[in-house]
Ligand binder design. Structure first.
Ligand SMILES: [Zn+2]
Length: 398
């Protein structure tokens, strides 16, 4: 083990900082930051920026026209020239519209903290802030530049931040994602499904259902048959799902429908499966004579495959064990910005954020006691992820 990484000391220090962590969390949660409301989101962004500036980090606000500004925070080791960089990734937007706090206030009860976005993922941001503080206070010999990227639109697909995330990831040797962990034991997310949505539009021909049925091409019938076809592509065992979750079509009961559409949710655990589904979707041909099909959309996030996180996870497990904690892992059915960085082949470890439950719901909460340990784990990872020996194998980047 490295002579300059002391997970137990980090944990001891952070346990003493728990009240300050909770106070910072309260401030952040009480500053609502819905993805769709720029001015509200910007207020939260400014609050975050101030917290990092207070600790001496370099802060750049990356202005956005329609979404909240993104925040890029840099911390470089004092002594040596940094040899590469580590990226810590998170989002400060939430799925809750302004005013949610009135019905769902920040509150602490029974060792838990409740409030909109507390688990997904404001507690994660607080943990990162205190991880930096710990690095500053400790004897950790940081070798790499640390970049913390806090974005404003993860909950709505990261359309304004994706390029920034990918550019920053390309410069990084590893990416740590502060999305919530899973379950009461706080499992890390070592694989995530790729996610997408596609629209299947069917064009038929309208006709009087009684007077001239032979002249019509029924788009609803065509769509129904296509959906039956798509349903057979589901392969739960291998993590492939295709679900038509919205359907609409037709105009009146006595007019043969000339248009119908379905919106499909697409998920796959492996990149090869994702590509195969996209190929098959593009190759769909009509079943009824005279019908025409159009496919729009596809996968937005590629799968985060386990091989990209395996080495970092093994490292995290060892560091956690030194603090007396056992760390587990799981697969997540949903995507995150970690999917983008993993798709570039950059070692990525996700689910390093808070321990809690109820994301995107009125009962969203975190376990307050878990905050210091999670922050200590991140501190230890940042302090020690410069050694080549623990990232061997498939990770060519190293
Ligand atoms: Zn999230």
């Amino acid at each position: 083990m490295s002579d300059s990484v002391y997970p137990k000391e980090y944990l001891r220090f952070l346990k003493g900082r728990q009240p300050q962590m909770l106070a910072t969390l309260r401030k952040l949660v009480c500053c609502e930051s819905p993805s769709f409301e720029k001015s509200a989101a910007d207020r939260c962004c400014a609050l975050l920026a101030a917290e990092w500036r207070k600790r001496g980090a370099r802060v750049e606000q990356i202005a956005q026209k329609h979404r909240g500004d993104h925040l890029r925070v840099t911390w470089s080791p004092h002594k040596s020239r940094p040899a590469g960089q580590l990226l810590v990734l998170g989002h400060y937007d939430t799925v809750y519209a302004s005013g949610t706090l009135a019905k769902m206030p920040f509150r602490v009860s029974g060792g838990k903290a409740y409030g909109p976005g507390v688990f997904d993922m404001k507690a994660g941001l607080v943990q990162a802030l205190f991880a930096l503080e710990t690095l500053q206070q400790s004897r950790a010999a940081l070798r790499k530049r640390l970049v913390f990227l806090w974005t404003s639109d993860e909950e709505i697909g990261s359309y304004s931040s994706r390029k920034l995330i990918e550019a920053e990831a390309r410069r990084s040797d590893a990416v740590f994602v502060l999305e919530p962990s899973f379950g009461p034991r706080g499992l890390l997310k070592t694989s995530r499904k790729g996610v997408g949505d596609a629209e299947l539009i069917v064009y038929g021909r309208a006709s009087h259902a009684g007077l001239a049925p032979q002249e019509g091409v029924n788009a609803v019938h065509e769509l129904a048959q296509q959906i039956t076809r798509l349903q057979k592509w589901n392969d739960l065992r291998h993590g492939v799902t295709i679900n038509a979750n919205i359907v609409e079509g037709g105009t009146r009961s006595n007019v043969i429908a000339d248009r119908a559409r379905a919106v499909l949710d697409l998920r796959a655990l492996r990149v090869t499966d994702m590509r195969r589904i996209e190929r098959r979707l593009r190759a769909l041909r009509p079943i009824l004579p005279g019908a025409r099909l159009e496919i729009r959309g596809g996968f937005n996030r590629a799968p985060l495959e386990r091989k990209v996180s395996a080495a970092l996870f093994a490292r995290a497990k060892t560091l956690a064990a030194q603090m007396g904690l056992s760390l587990g892992e799981c697969m997540a059915g949903g995507g995150s910005d970690g999917n983008f960085t993993a798709a570039l082949g950059i070692p990525t470890l996700d689910g390093l954020g808070a321990v809690g439950d109820g994301a995107h719901s009125a009962r969203e909460f975190i376990y307050i006691n878990a905050m210091p340990a999670r922050a200590a784990l991140l501190t230890a990872l940042l302090a020690s992820t410069w050694r080549r020996h623990f990232l061997n194998g498939a990770l060519t980047k190293w």
